[in-house]
Write a new protein. Structure first.
Length: 154
């Protein structure tokens, strides 16, 4: 049962257009580093052959719906994409917005997301384009870098 809850064996689920459109209105994305020519959401994108983990994202407003799989011999795994988002967002001209499973118990969540990203938990379950059913897990949006906190004088 756990394998069903964690993975379908497919790593290129397309983001629902209405969810992307809502985020794009706010951020105006310029790069999709985890795409195929068929599912890209931005004019500029990297495919698996380009290996978005090796590319420079600096100066872009990035939308990233990364592979959700765990690290394996042939796959760097989701944590590598989260770390890359964090690292690229250290550049003051780079913003990265990720669509991720809301797995708040992972090392990556506590190391890279919680301290460094704004988090929006999505209500319900996302239905990815082409999927027969909604995702079996909740999702969240993580925006790097975290917005500065407004100071309160009280």
């Amino acid at each position: 049962m756990n394998s069903i809850m964690l993975s379908t064996g497919k790593d290129d689920w397309e983001t629902p257009q209405d969810l992307f459109d809502r985020l794009n209105r706010k951020y105006q994305f310029t790069l999709d580093p985890c795409a195929t020519p068929q599912n890209t959401k931005c004019q500029k994108y990297f495919t698996i052959q380009d290996d978005g983990l090796l590319q420079n994202w600096k100066g872009h407003t990035v939308f990233c719906n990364p592979p959700y799989s765990k690290r394996s011999k042939d796959n760097p795994g989701q944590e590598a994409w989260i770390q890359k988002a964090y690292e690229e967002s250290r550049d003051p001209n780079t913003t990265v917005v990720m669509l991720l499973p809301a797995r708040t118990d992972t090392k990556a969540f506590h190391k890279y997301i919680l301290p460094y990203a704004d988090i929006e938990f999505l209500p319900g379950r996302v239905k990815f384009v082409g999927a027969k059913h909604n995702a079996p897990f909740p999702c969240m949006i993580a925006k790097f870098p975290k917005s500065p906190k407004e100071e309160t004088n009280g």
